[in-house]
Structures are given as C-alpha cells and as structure tokens.
Design a protein around this ligand. Structure first.
Ligand code: C2E
Ligand code: MG
Ligand code: MG
Length: 455
C-alpha cells in the first residue's frame, strides 16, 4: 500500500499563474498525445473534468518526477534529454487510456490526468503499471539509464475541488515520496482509499462469469516468405463495459485475486471455439495462448488443457503456449516436468519476452521449447543501438544453436524488419504487419499479408 500524506493547502504552486486560458478541444487532443507543453491550458483541462466529477466518474492527477542516474550523459550527449523524454512519452502513451492526458512541465516533471474513473482503484493500477515500466532500466546506444521515478497521486470525486488544490495535493505527495525515498505516495485527501483493487477483482469476476472478455489475434509472420505462420491470442477488457482496464492490469488483477486459472480457461475455450469456426471455413492455423507464471503451480494444468482441446476437437499441434522467461526460473525442476507434460501432449512452447529475465544457457537446454520471442525492449531501438544489435544477434544465434525458432516482437518499421531478416531472425510480430485484430478478420489479414507480398 502506498504511504499517505496530507494535502498541502498553503501557498499556490509558484510556476503557475491563476488565470487560465480556456482549454480547447484541440488542446485536449494534443495533451492526450503528449504534444502540448502548456501547464496553464492543462490546468484548465483539469478544471473542465472536475466540473463533471462525481461518485461514478472520479478523476485523478498524478505528478511524476524523475531523478536520472545520467546527469553526465546529459552533458556529454546534447540530444540525450530529448531522447529520454521521447522514451518516457512512449511509455506513458502505451500505459494510458485514450481519454487520459499528460504534459511535461519540465525535463524532469510530468503531470498525468486520469479522468472519468468509474473506480479510483483504477488510478492505483495505472500507477502500478507506469512504475513497472519506468523502473525497468532504459537502454540507449552505448548506455543504460535508470530513471528513478517518484510519483504523487491525488483523486477527486466532487466538483468542489479546484485544479490548483488537486495539483498541490499531488505535488506534495510526490515530494514526500521523493524525500522518503519512496516510489509513490497517495495524497491523504484523496478518496482513493475507499475503493480498492478488490473492487476490480469483483468487476473481473463478473466479466468472467458473463464470459465477455474479448480476444484479439496478432499474426506472427515468416520473415523470408512474408506469410502468416500463426496468431497470438491477446485478451481485451470488454468494450461495452463502463470501466476500462488495460490488458496487463487485467492479468495483474487476475493473478493477485486467484482468478487467473478461470481467466485462462475462459480464454482458451473461446480461442478453441473460434479456431473450430476458422477450421470449418478452411483456415487451419496455429494459435498461441499466453500462460501466466501462476499457472505453473497447477499440476493438473496439462490435463485441463487437454480436456479443452478434446471438447473442441482441435489437435494439440495447432496450439502453442507462450510463457515468460521469468515465469520459468522459479522452480526449475517443477517447471521442467510441467513443460514436458505439455510437450508430450503435442503443444508447442515458446519463451516470451526473452532477454529481460535472467536467461541462462543451462536451463534453456533443459526446457522442451520450440521458440524464443525477443522482447520488444531490444527491438525498439535496434536501428540505432549497436548494443541492442549485439544482444539480438546473440539471442538469434543462441536460439538457432538449440534449433529453436526466433520471433522478434514489437516490430513497427520496415527497416527494423529488414535488419532482423539480415540477422537471421525467423519470424516477426508487430504493428508493421498487423495490430491485434478481432477473430472475424483473421482470414482477411492472412490474405492481405500474402497479397502485399506478391504485389
Ligand atoms: P505479450 O504476450 O508479450 O504480448 C505482446 C504485447 O505487445 C501485446 O500487448 C501487443 O498488443 C503488444 N504489441 C504487439 N506488437 C506491437 C508493436 O509493434 N509495438 C508495440 N508497442 N506493442 C506491440 P497487450 O495485448 O497489451 O498484452 C500485454 C501482455 O498481457 C501480453 O504481453 C501478455 O503478457 C499479457 N496477456 C495478454 N493476454 C493474455 C492472456 O490471455 N493470458 C495471460 N496470462 N497473459 C496475457
Ligand atoms: Mg505473448
Ligand atoms: Mg512478449
């Protein structure tokens, strides 16, 4: 649980003036994309949302401060500050919802507005997500940087708050976090404490009971032939639900609240049902499903999965499971047995997010795996970082030594794909070919990628 501090109500924040220009719709859109650096207009945007705040639609303001480990880098490389800000913006954009907004008020401070929260616990989960990403060391050509974030969060459910009082509360909480060497402090005046992540697990339970989680599919494409080899199933919180919860947060909640087994079986059955439809329509593709680390403790997992494929009459050879590298190293003996159990049934196995854990050749050799997926952290700056190129090349060589397929995830640009092809990577997955799409479009995507290749 975050530490608490009381909201400061003395002097106003000095760097702001009180007479705000009205935030226009265009301003709001630019704040959403992180393009506008105008603190006054941003406060006005907060004011607009505050006037509509109520029990069912709260808003939260997050003050995010960085103390970088790289002051020297800033002196040595003049582009550095811009590069790191671009990276932080990308992390924020990936984590936030469409309706959220943010502004950098200096090189080292950013304000994030989370409006229309049906539960304030959502703000805590957003903080969780952001912290996870920001605490991962960032790689720049020739150097690794630790961002050392500290955050303060203030929430409001009533219009009587002003933007300025909310900001003061969040800034004060952030300062307390920084001086207390904490990552995050929740302002005491916030009403967040009344709603908890338990509310979210209830919402998830309801969604699982109604079987309304949505599933999207993203293709893995053979680099040489540019044809679709398989699809990965990725869950999405139902669009029609009044709340919005990001995918990774859904998984976190499911893991923390003991719902992950139910979620996985719901997802798996939905995937199998869709695959049965595709097969009837002539598309006999392999589909990968993500398996959480928590499931590896369940001895009956292989038999549960086998029962499900038998019900839908889908051969095990048409199913693969992606497991993250970190999931595998907790109890290697047990994991090895479980993976062999799955392999013997005919399922394919892949190590997801490879390179971010503590990979060792010794255990890789022990696992009966078919594929390594290189984490997108290394792909993101592949074109510009010699260090990342070396890492990716060694992963590709390592995988080929073990006769494994290598997939690069998060490929967004043609030149990155070209380089990966030269480096010997077998498959790629990423927005360059296709974003995750709903099941009804998988045929069309297979055809479109084939047509693009032939034209
Ligand atoms: P993952 O398995 O590593 O999936 C890849 C993530 O990268 C997906 O995020 C995908 O939408 C995103 N992505 C794909 N291509 C690109 C690209 O070119 N650029 C960028 N920036 N991102 C790209 P998503 O769908 O939000 O899923 C996040 C994570 O949630 C997944 O990471 C996976 O670990 C987990 N997850 C999703 N569905 C399930 C599930 O059914 N069960 C479990 N246990 N975990 C799941
Ligand atoms: Mg995956
Ligand atoms: Mg991955």
């Amino acid at each position: 649980m975050p530490n608490r501090t009381s909201a400061q109500s003395d002097t106003p924040t000095p760097r702001l003036v009180q007479n705000f220009a009205a935030a226009t719709q265009e301003d709001a859109n630019r704040f959403r994309r992180g393009e506008l650096a105008n603190a006054e207009a941003f406060l006005d945007l907060i004011e607009n949302h505050l006037s509509a705040a109520n029990e069912a639609s709260a808003l939260a303001l997050l003050v995010l401060h960085f103390e970088r480990s790289d002051r020297l880098c800033t002196v040595l490389h003049e582009d550095y500050a811009d590069e790191s800000q671009t990276l932080i913006k990308q992390i924020i954009l990936q984590t936030l919802r469409e309706k959220d907004a943010f502004v950098f008020v200096s090189q080292i401070e950013c304000w994030i507005l989370l409006p229309q929260l049906s539960s304030e616990a959502l703000a805590l989960l957003a903080v969780n997500r952001l912290l996870n990403d920001l605490l991962t060391p960032k790689k720049f050509p020739g150097r690794t940087v630790f961002l050392n974030p500290s955050m303060g969060l203030a929430c409001a459910k009533q219009p009587q708050h002003s933007a300025m009082s909310l900001l003061r509360a969040a800034e004060s909480a952030q300062r307390n976090a920084q001086t207390g060497k904490l990552k995050f402090v929740l302002a005491e005046s916030s009403e967040s404490a009344r709603t908890t992540p338990e509310d979210l697990s209830k919402a998830l339970e309801q969604v699982l009971d109604a079987n309304s989680l949505e599933i999207l599919y993203q293709p893995k494409v053979n680099v040489a032939s540019k044809t679709v080899v398989s699809f990965e199933a990725l869950i999405r919180w139902p669009q029609e639900h009044p709340q919005f919860i990001a995918t990774q947060v859904v998984i976190d909640i499911a893991e923390q609240s003991g719902l992950i087994e139910l979620l996985t079986m719901r997802v798996f059955n939905k995937v199998l049902c869709e695959m049965a439809d595709w097969r009837r329509a002539g598309l006999d593709t392999l589909v990968w499903v993500n398996l959480s680390a928590k499931l590896l403790n369940i001895d009956a997992l292989p038999s549960m999965l086998k029962r499900a494929i038998d019900v839908w009459d889908i051969p095990a050879e048409k199913i693969g499971f992606e497991l993250t590298e970190s999931a595998l190293i907790h109890d290697i003996e047990h994991t090895t047995n479980l993976l062999f159990g799955l392999k013997e049934l005919g399922f394919h196995l892949s190590i997801d997010d490879f390179g971010t854990g503590y990979s060792s050749l010794a255990y890789l050799r022990r696992f009966p795996i078919d594929e390594l997926k290189i984490d997108r952290l290394f792909i993101h700056s592949l074109m510009t970082s010699a260090q990342d190129q070396q890492i990716v090349q060694s992963i590709i060589d390592l995988a080929h030594n073990f006769k494994l397929q290598v997939v690069a995830e998060g490929v967004e640009e043609a030149d990155t794909m070209g380089l990966l092809q030269k480096m010997g990577c077998d498959q790629i997955q990423g927005y360059f070919f296709a974003k995750p799409i709903s099941g009804e479009f998988v045929h069309a995507v297979v055809k479109q990628i084939a047509d693009d290749t032939n034209s």
